[in-house]
Design a protein around this ligand. Structure first.
Ligand code: ZN
Length: 698
């Protein structure tokens, strides 16, 4: 047997015929697999280039320039997808090391294709032939544009410089996110003094106690000791509920100054990223990186984005001012002083909300055990989109997973299996990234005969066993429920796509600022009474959630929302400024400060270096794109408005609008421009009216 055959049989990353073999994965496999796959891709691509040059018939030329290229890229995409996924959900030092080692190899390999003059010229030739479907046209156009952004037009020294710049950029952004991860991990606060701890919700105490077991194996949720960390599920409830302002200050300051000093300082990394991106944009003929970023988005220019943000800012500002003064008054009544510190805001606003709405977030949790939330979610998906979702018995069907808590589901339409997804529901702080996301495992592809498969990853509280051995299921906070609906919305677009050319299937090739439409749209169902009441049942007694609680949830949605909106505007405007207007002698931290002064009600703390952990715009894909959340929210709120206009208790009407949503927004993927797709669904252009109404700032 040759080495190559041997590699093929044993290396799990090369087994790409079906779902990935996560449990067989070994970190030692990464380098040989990537080495083999990149060189195979290189030689396959060379052969294809020869065929491209020889092809003159449009459908054959389309086949070699698009379909065949996807086909030869698939093995590497598949392996890299598995590695990226495990890097996010099963991170460890060895994997991290090899990950950063192969990153440049992957980039180099993808550059070989995206910088192929032969491919580029063939695409241009194909475009000229003009006998393509609209979907194919969009794929060709965005490939051409993508290649131009990858420096296809550059020659000689410029090209060399450009490639080095891209590799350096990816190194810097990996460094950025590692610094955030490490400095988040670095901080911990062990609390042995139980005074004040009984103010905290049970779920937080359980988490703190579980975390503290590294040092105090006998810790219990009631008696401690407890460990508070800077991960959101830990940090957020601590600031909301711990009565000691001093302790809150300690945690708050640590949080806002993450990755801003010592050997994990992201300030130099930020400066590097900003200047590299600007240079990249300039080399490609754009004035700024923001201009480059918007060239692939639905928004046409910076001004259009800023105008929308300013309009929302104007609407929200007075609400936020009033809310802030009310909060100050409220706190003053309790403390007797005027001085409301930044680390006290969350505590007092939680208290004020509890008094005004007369309920505690925590009361909701017992009504949201994960399994019934999933059932409810699948039910609404069924009544809107006519799909059946069934959980697969992982053991019986031998489905390979990366953690024992991972679930696997299949989606059926008229009893035909059309797609599937993994759900990784619980937090594993030691090895899994925070937050929640949807990613593609496999894209829909007619040519390769692939059905779509998705990853849905959340960070909910795992089931617990108390000292008496009683099991408690995973209970979701209301925010977790919304997050699950959100990620599922992304998943639906990936899995219910009708486009079978993978270049435009699902979320592929959708303008970035339109991608959050289906996800944010799905969140709206968390405020739809029949949907929520159908699954909100006490996990112990099975009793339905009282209606008055549901009404409080809906009141909470618009409750004192101005401040939160301003924060989002502040993030989005800071992002835009940094990538569009930053001058060479301007300091990013100063910019952040100026933006805070302009858009927030309160002055930020002197230690605030939040951009040092703003991974979205420095390590994710949101550079000059953070506004996308608001941009898409205008559309998602307005899309939900179409449901608000009908009698939602009428199943037939509900299904009719639901199916229209499915066949336009969920089905058409990146094959049609989002403004056209939106118009097909809504019959007109998007209007911000519904968003302002949903946010209570109209
Ligand atoms: Zn999202």
């Amino acid at each position: 047997m040759s080495d190559l055959e041997n590699l093929n049989i044993t290396n799990s990353l090369l087994k790409n015929n079906g779902l990935p073999k996560y449990s067989e994965f070994k970190v030692e496999e990464v380098e040989p697999a990537i080495e083999y796959l990149t060189s195979k891709l290189e030689s396959d691509f060379e052969l294809l280039e020869k065929r491209m040059e020889a092809e003159n018939e449009s459908y054959k030329l389309y086949n070699v320039t698009v379909e065949q290229v996807e086909k030869i890229q698939y093995p590497l995409d598949f392996a890299w997808g598995v590695i990226r996924h495990l890097h996010a959900v099963k991170n460890n030092n060895d994997l991290r090391e090899v990950y950063s080692k192969i990153q440049p190899v992957i980039i180099k390999s993808s550059n070989r294709i995206s910088q192929s003059k032969i491919l580029y010229n063939s695409l241009l030739r194909l475009k000229k032939m003009g006998i393509l479907s609209n979907v194919q046209k969009r794929i060709i156009d965005s490939s051409i544009h993508g290649m131009s952004l990858n420096g296809i037009g550059l020659e000689g020294d410029d090209k060399h410089k450009f490639n080095e710049l891209v590799v350096e950029l990816s190194k810097q952004s990996t460094k950025f996110s590692n610094n955030v991860l490490d400095s988040t991990k670095e901080f911990s606060l062990y609390i042995e003094d139980s005074s004040g701890m009984n103010n905290l919700p049970e779920s937080a105490l359980e988490l703190f106690s579980m975390n503290a077991k590294d040092k105090y194996p006998n810790s219990t949720p009631d008696k401690g000791p407890w460990k508070v960390t800077l991960d959101a599920p830990s940090f957020v409830p601590f600031l909301q509920y711990h009565p000691s302002s001093d302790l809150r200050k300690q945690v708050y300051i640590a949080y806002i100054s993450r990755a801003s000093s010592g050997d994990k300082n992201n300030i130099p990394v930020i400066k590097q990223i900003l200047s590299l991106k600007k240079e990249k944009a300039n080399m490609l003929g754009y004035k700024s990186f923001a201009e480059l970023s918007l060239s692939k988005k639905m928004a046409s220019n910076v001004k259009e984005v800023e105008d929308l943000l300013q309009m929302i800012n104007k609407k929200a500002r007075n609400h936020a001012l009033k809310d802030h003064n009310d909060l100050k008054e409220f706190a003053k009544k309790e403390t007797g002083n005027d001085n409301l510190e930044l680390w006290d805001m969350s505590f007092w606003s939680t208290k004020m909300k509890e008094v005004e709405l007369n309920f505690k977030e925590e009361e909701l949790k017992k009504y949201f055990p994960l399994d019934s939330v999933l059932e409810g979610l699948f039910r609404i998906a069924n009544s809107l989109f006519s799909i059946e979702i069934k959980e697969v018995d992982i053991v019986k069907e031998n489905i390979d997973v990366w953690d024992k808590e991972v679930k696997f589901f299949r989606i059926y339409e008229n009893d035909v299996h059309i797609s599937s997804f993994f759900l990784d529901p619980f937090a594993r702080p030691d090895e899994k990234r925070g937050g929640a996301w949807m990613d593609s495992v496999i894209n829909k592809n007619k040519f390769l005969d692939h059905k779509p498969v998705a990853y849905l990853v959340c960070n909910g509280t795992p089931p617990t066993i108390d000292n008496e051995g009683n099991k408690k299921p995973s209970l979701l906070s209301f925010r977790n429920v919304e997050t699950l609906f959100h990620e599922f919305g992304h998943g639906l677009q990936h899995m219910l796509t009708r486009i079978d050319e993978s270049g435009a299937a699902g979320i592929n090739n959708i303008e970035w600022d339109a991608v959050e439409l289906p996800s944010q749209f799905m969140e709206n169902w968390c405020y739809h009474k029949p949907t929520v009441m159908s699954f909100a049942k006490d996990f112990e007694t099975g009793e339905a959630m009282p209606e008055v609680l549901f009404n409080k949830i809906t009141r909470q949605r618009t409750y004192r929302n101005g401040g939160g909106t301003l924060r989002q505007i502040y993030f989005a405007m800071t992002d835009m400024y940094l990538y569009d207007k930053l001058k060479d002698d301007e300091d990013p931290i100063d910019v952040m400060r100026k933006m805070a002064d302009k858009y927030l009600i309160r002055k930020i703390d002197d230690n605030d270096r939040f951009i040092c952990s703003f991974s979205h715009i420095f390590a994710g894909g949101y550079s000059a794109g953070y506004y996308s959340y608001k941009w898409a929210e205008v559309m998602s709120a307005d899309a939900f408005g179409a449901f608000e206009e009908i009698d939602m208790n009428n199943e037939k009407e509900l299904k009719s609008v639901g199916m229209r949503f499915r066949e336009t927004i969920l089905a058409k993927g990146g094959g049609t421009h989002p403004s056209i797709v939106f118009k097909e669904f809504r019959g007109r252009d998007p209007s911000p009216e519904a968003l302002l109404r949903h946010n209570g700032i109209n």
